[in-house]
Write a protein that binds this ligand. Structure first.
Ligand SMILES: Cc1ncc(COP(=O)(O)O)c(C=O)c1O
Length: 349
């Protein structure tokens, strides 16, 4: 009951006809890919800067993961996407890393022209929008994560939103062992057309999600306000360049990201922030879990990108090495902007 009220509320917010609650953002991606009926050798393109989960879901679905370079938004570079499309490409997963929208106008256009399904990995995008359209609703399907680190959380959990009833039906059956939930028969006599798995969200998570949704807009508003105060304190420092943001973006502002001259300076910024009692978020320290160039354990990815990931993703590597990401919280200690300035001016002045 709570689970279905949660789904209904997400559908209303997304202005979408169909939504499916699942156990995690990773499960959401895997279930979404089940709609495609991927065959061995099929390729799915995502981006080099994402969490490992996006590529894991592609591999789990039996397809070959391909990662596009990122541009100044630190999301998918549309030109790189174009260069990777070939007859084996079946879908594109654009990611809104850390709450900043990908260049959806361009990516959507490329997908339409090449007859490719666009899925949005909006794990970080819940509560954000581009051109007034919620992130997750531009593609044929959009996925959200409600894990403990996201803008809204159900402990663990995820959601998929769909434009199309047929996609929803395939996904709904697949996330529930193939159950079609035929209303004319009891569950033990339920009809089925395919096998599947169990990725059902629990009612308890649904109840938490309903409560969290009520706070979502406040959370995003506060994060944006605090992000702006942080940026105002440091924007005039020499050599600090903000992350690019597509026009018309309403970011969730989970992080404030900027780049500096080189890798060594980014590391020095991090060390200086630590001495001021401030931390960084993913960049530069945790990029290993978020950059395809380090995923040597994924043989499918390694083979597709020339056999040596150390030589792959040069443009993305150079952007990520120079980037610093600061966590943005809802209840910010009012001394944070001044301490940020103190820490960073030691390195950048
Ligand atoms: C871009 C991206 N996609 C997918 C996921 C997976 O979400 P979950 O942790 O809910 O499985 C994450 C998690 O951080 C993520 O950052």
């Amino acid at each position: 009951m709570e689970g279905s009220r949660f789904r209904t509320r997400v559908r209303e917010i997304c202005r979408h006809a169909y939504a499916l609650a699942v156990t995690s953002g990773t499960a959401a991606l895997r279930v979404a890919l089940a709609v495609l009926d991927l065959q061995p050798g099929d390729e799915v393109i995502t981006q080099s800067f994402t969490f490992v989960a996006t590529v894991e879901a592609i591999i789990e679905a039996g397809a070959i993961p391909v990662c596009a370079e990122i541009d100044g938004t630190l999301n998918m570079d549309p030109e790189s996407l174009k260069s990777l499309i070939n007859p084996k490409t079946k879908a594109v997963i654009a990611v809104h890393m850390l709450g900043t929208p990908a260049r959806l106008f361009e990516i959507d256009d490329i997908c339409r022209k090449n007859n490719l399904m666009l899925i949005e990995d909006a794990a970080w995008g819940c509560g954000g929008s581009l051109d007034g359209r919620p992130l997750g609703t531009w593609g044929q399907m959009g996925t959200y994560s409600f894990d403990f680190a996201k803008t809204m959380t159900t402990g663990e959990g995820g959601m998929i939103v769909f434009h199309n009833q047929d996609d929803y039906k395939v996904a709904a059956a697949w996330h529930d062992h193939g159950h079609e939930n035929n209303p004319s028969v009891p569950r033990w006599e339920d009809t089925r057309a395919s096998s599947g798995f169990n990725f059902r969200m629990t009612e308890m998570q649904g109840a938490v999600g309903l409560a969290q949704l009520k706070k979502l807009s406040h959370v995003v508003t506060m994060q944006r306000k605090n992000r702006d105060a942080m940026w105002a304190a440091i924007q005039s420092l020499p050599g600090i360049i903000p992350r690019e943001v597509p026009a018309g973006s309403h970011e969730t502002a989970d992080a404030l990201i900027f780049s500096v001259a080189d890798k060594a300076t980014a590391r020095k910024c991090r060390d200086s922030l630590l001495t001021e009692g401030l931390s960084t978020k993913i960049l530069p320290e945790a990029v290993t879990w978020h950059f395809a160039g380090t995923w040597t354990h994924m043989s499918e990815l390694v083979a597709r990108h020339g056999g040596d990931l150390a030589k792959a993703f040069g443009p993305s590597r150079s952007r990520l090495e120079r980037a610093v990401s600061l966590p943005v919280v809802v209840k910010m200690d009012e001394t944070v902007p001044t301490r940020l300035h103190t820490a960073l001016s030691r390195v950048l002045s």
